[in-house]
Write a protein that binds this ligand. Structure first.
Ligand SMILES: [Zn+2]
Length: 350
């Protein structure tokens, strides 16, 4: 297989250039790729006016950078994100991503935190399979999970998400497009366009990959207001998106109450692939530490409210009360302070 690699530079800074992989020109051989290259590059640049093209070439797939995936169950491959918040060191590659190989097509669970990561995921998939790619499932709105989606849309994949996701993304897209390059570096973000789904679901749905199905289950407001889980029928593997965090401190961006309610329901799954942190053998193993953290957060916020504390004194009081649980969590202090404020606002009117 051959792919088109376009060297693109920021229009605002022509010295900042990066190689972009354009799936539209994917071809069985060099000649076929070259026949498509001119038109594919021109169309892509027209859709990305902040970039200019400097050079392009068709190359064997083996020359494209690829993510390292590990097979956690038969035909279920996972990229393990860095257990940290966004930084220049990790380039935004902090979320766990999944690839599920069906007989007829290949599903993706979260396409990654930037255009570059989406391309590297695409290249990793193409080393495993030449079957059509799709559905690409977005587990929720957060950009560390979904910013690579455009790569797969260009490859012809259907992008599926919860019906609440488009509006949530619309409200935040401009803020994220400005803040994330500042957090991970403009070159790590170059060429990224935050797109939403091509199709949404408003309730549970089963998608057939050939020989195995994926069960998509939207969750009530919890980590965010657009969470869903994906279960693979062939292996029982459960992708929870950020409904489960391990290692990286959980972020409350939806409803603390809703999240604790969701955790109290039976979910099963083996293995369980959280949105962040190591793959677990069972739901109980995957969720125990997060359940303790969120329950303690609720208790500490309730205590602050019962004591009549205002927000500005409640946040440090909650962070102090949560201190003993810090072991094993990355980015604990900063995230816990933000969670305290979010939980306070939610519980203030209970
Ligand atoms: Zn998230």
């Amino acid at each position: 297989m051959h792919v088109l690699i376009l060297t693109a530079c920021l229009a605002a800074d022509p010295s900042a250039c990066a190689d972009r992989l354009l799936p539209a020109a994917e071809s069985p051989d060099m000649g076929a790729c070259e026949a498509l290259a001119g038109e594919a590059a021109a169309a892509w640049l027209a859709a990305h006016p902040d970039l200019t093209g400097r050079d392009r070439r068709c190359a064997p797939l083996s020359e494209a950078p690829a993510l390292e995936l590990s097979e956690v169950a038969a035909g279920v491959h996972v990229y393990r994100g860095a257990d940290a918040q966004l930084s220049p060191e990790n380039g935004g590659r902090i979320a766990n991503l999944g690839v599920i190989l069906g007989r007829d097509r290949v599903a993706v669970i979260d396409p990654g935190g930037s255009r570059a990561q989406g391309e590297a995921l695409y290249a990793a998939i193409r080393r495993l399979s030449d079957k059509p790619i799709g559905p690409v499932v977005l587990t929720h709105m957060h950009p560390d999970h979904i910013a690579g989606a455009e790569v797969f849309a260009e490859a012809g994949a259907e992008i599926v998400a919860d019906a609440r996701l488009p509006e949530a993304l619309e409200l935040r897209r401009d803020t994220w497009a400005e803040s994330i390059p500042a957090q991970i570096g403009a070159d790590a973000w170059a060429g990224t366009v935050l797109i939403g789904p091509t199709r949404t679901i408003a309730g549970p749905e089963v998608l057939d990959l050939g020989g195995r199905t994926l069960e998509l289950t939207p969750a009530p407001r919890a980590h965010t207001d657009s969470d869903l889980t994906v279960r693979d029928s062939a292996t029982g593997a459960l992708f929870t998106g950020d409904l489960l965090f391990r290692g990286l401190t959980p972020v409350v961006d939806g409803s603390l109450k809703g999240w604790l309610d969701w955790l109290a329901q039976p979910h099963g799954g083996a293995p369980v692939i959280p949105g962040h942190g190591p793959v677990a053998a069972s739901f109980a193993e995957a969720s125990a530490a997060q359940q303790s953290y969120l329950a303690a957060l609720r208790e500490a916020v309730r205590a602050a409210l019962d004591a009549g504390q205002g927000l500005s004194s409640a946040v440090p009081a909650v962070a102090g009360a949560m201190g003993p649980l810090a072991g094993g969590w990355a980015d604990y202090q900063a995230t816990t302070a933000r969670n305290a404020a979010a939980a306070y606002a939610e519980m203030e009117w209970d």
